[in-house]
Design a protein around this ligand. Structure first.
Ligand SMILES: Nc1ncnc2c1ncn2[C@@H]1O[C@H](COP(=O)(O)OP(=O)(O)OP(=O)(O)O)[C@@H](O)[C@H]1O
Ligand SMILES: [Mg+2]
Length: 336
C-alpha cells in the first residue's frame, strides 16, 4: 500500500484516523454540524462539538454514528471526504486505499453502503474489518493463530465481545450497553439521590474523573454543578466514586452477563485457551477503574486492559495497512 493510505475507526464517541507512515493523525469527537436549510456540512469533529448549544437555529449538530452503527451515510461520506482532505490534501491524483473498522453486527447491505460512501468520498479501494478483530490486532495479539483469544471492546455506544481464532470471529455479540449507558445512569442517579439535574457531558466527566467499579479502589469526591430538580435554580453538590459505582452497576452487570453467555457457547478448546491467557479489555469504557478486577472476580478469568485502549481499533487498521497478508485474512475488500 502507498504512503498516505488510511485506517479509520468510525466510533460512536470518536473518529480516529491512522495514516500509513505517520501513525494516528486525527482524533475527533464524532459530531458534525449541518445546515438545516441546505443540508450542507458546516463543521466536523472538535469544531462541530464546540458549536453545540451555541449555534443559531439553522445549524443542527448530528452524531452520525448511533449505537455503534452508521445512522447517516450521507453525513459519513462528507466526514470521510473531509478527513481525506485534511490528511492527504487536495491531491486529486492520489486516491487512498482505506481500512475501515465496522461493528460486528453490520449487515452486508450496510457494508456495501460503507464502501459506497468511501468511494464517493474519494477512496480507491476499501477494506472492511470487524472492530473487535482490529482492536485485537491493535492490542498486539496474533489473531491468526489457532489458539483462542477473547476481546471485549467497551466503546461509547456498544460493547463488542468476540472470541477470535484463525483470523476470524468464532463467537461474539454486540450489546448497546457501553460508555453512554453509564453516563445516562449517572444522570438518573444524581437526580434521584441529590435532586440535582445534570447533563450527560457532566456525567461523563464524573465517570472519567472519579468513576470506579470495584469497591477496593480509592474513593474520590467531585464538586458538580447542575440545576435543582425542584426549584430549577443552579446549585452545586458533591458526589463520590461510590455513587458512580452504584449508578453504573447495572450496566456492568449486563456486560458481565453477556460475557458469561458468550463463554458458555464458546467451543471448549477455545474456552480453555481463554482461561489460560485471559480476557483482553479495550475501548474507552475499559479505562474505568477496577473494571478488570470486577470482571475477573465475576468470571474467574484474568482480565487485562490494553495500553491506550481508545486507540486499539485505529492502531489495528494501521497495522493492517502494513501487512497485506493479514489484511487479506481478516478483511473484506471492495473495489470498483
Ligand atoms: N477514563 C475513562 N474512564 C471511563 N470511561 C472513559 C474514560 N475515557 C473514555 N471513556 C469512555 O469511553 C467511551 C468512548 O470509548 P471509545 O472511544 O472506545 O468509543 P467509540 O469507539 O467511539 O464507540 P463505539 O465503539 O461504541 O462506536 C466514552 O463513553 C467515554 O466516556
Ligand atoms: Mg469503538
Amino acid at each position: 500500500m502507498a504512503k498516505g493510505d488510511l485506517g479509520i475507526d468510525l466510533g460512536t464517541a470518536s473518529f480516529i484516523v491512522y495514516q500509513k507512515g505517520k501513525g494516528i493523525v486525527l482524533y475527533e469527537p464524532s459530531v458534525v454540524t449541518v445546515s438545516r436549510k441546505t443540508g450542507e456540512i458546516i463543521a466536523v469533529g472538535e469544531d462541530a462539538r464546540k458549536m453545540i448549544g451555541k449555534t443559531h437555529k439553522d445549524l443542527v449538530a448530528i452524531k452520525p454514528m448511533k449505537d455503534g452503527v452508521i445512522a447517516n451515510y450521507k453525513v459519513i461520506e462528507a466526514v470521510l471526504r473531509e478527513f481525506f482532505k485534511r490528511t492527504i490534501g487536495k491531491f486529486k491524483f492520489f486516491k487512498p486505499e482505506v481500512v475501515i473498522g465496522v461493528p460486528t453486527k453490520i449487515t452486508s447491505v450496510e457494508k456495501r453502503a460503507v464502501f459506497e460512501a468511501s468511494i464517493s468520498a474519494g477512496a480507491r479501494k476499501v477494506h472492511i474489518v470487524s472492530e473487535p478483530l482490529a482492536a485485537a490486532i491493535g492490542a498486539g495479539i496474533d489473531v491468526t493463530k489457532s489458539e483462542g483469544s477473547m476481546v471485549i471492546d467497551i466503546g461509547g455506544g456498544t460493547t463488542d465481545i468476540a472470541v477470535i481464532s484463525l483470523g476470524g470471529i468464532v463467537v461474539g455479540d454486540s450489546i448497546k450497553v457501553a460508555g453512554t449507558t453509564m453516563d445516562e445512569a449517572i444522570v438518573k442517579y444524581v437526580k434521584k439521590k441529590y435532586g440535582l439535574v445534570i447533563g450527560e457531558t457532566t456525567a461523563e466527566e464524573i465517570k472519567k474523573n472519579i468513576g470506579k467499579v470495584h469497591p477496593d479502589y480509592d474513593t474520590f469526591e467531585m464538586e458538580i454543578r447542575g440545576r435543582d430538580a425542584v426549584s430549577g435554580l443552579p446549585r452545586t453538590d458533591v458526589i463520590n466514586s461510590d455513587d458512580v459505582m452504584e449508578a453504573i452497576r447495572p450496566a456492568i452487570n449486563t456486560i458481565v452477563t453477556k460475557l458469561k453467555a458468550i463463554l458458555e457457547i464458546t467451543p471448549p478448546e477455545l474456552a480453555s485457551d481463554i482461561i489460560e491467557n485471559g480476557i483482553i479489555l479495550t475501548g474507552g469504557g475499559s479505562l474505568i477503574r477496577g473494571i478488570d478486577r470486577a470482571i475477573e472476580e465475576e468470571i474467574g478469568v484474568k482480565a487485562m486492559t490494553t495500553e491506550d485502549p481508545i486507540m486499539s481499533v485505529a492502531k489495528g487498521t494501521g497495522i493492517l495497512l502494513d501487512d497485506k497478508q493479514l489484511l487479506q485474512t481478516v478483511a473484506e475488500t471492495y473495489e470498483r
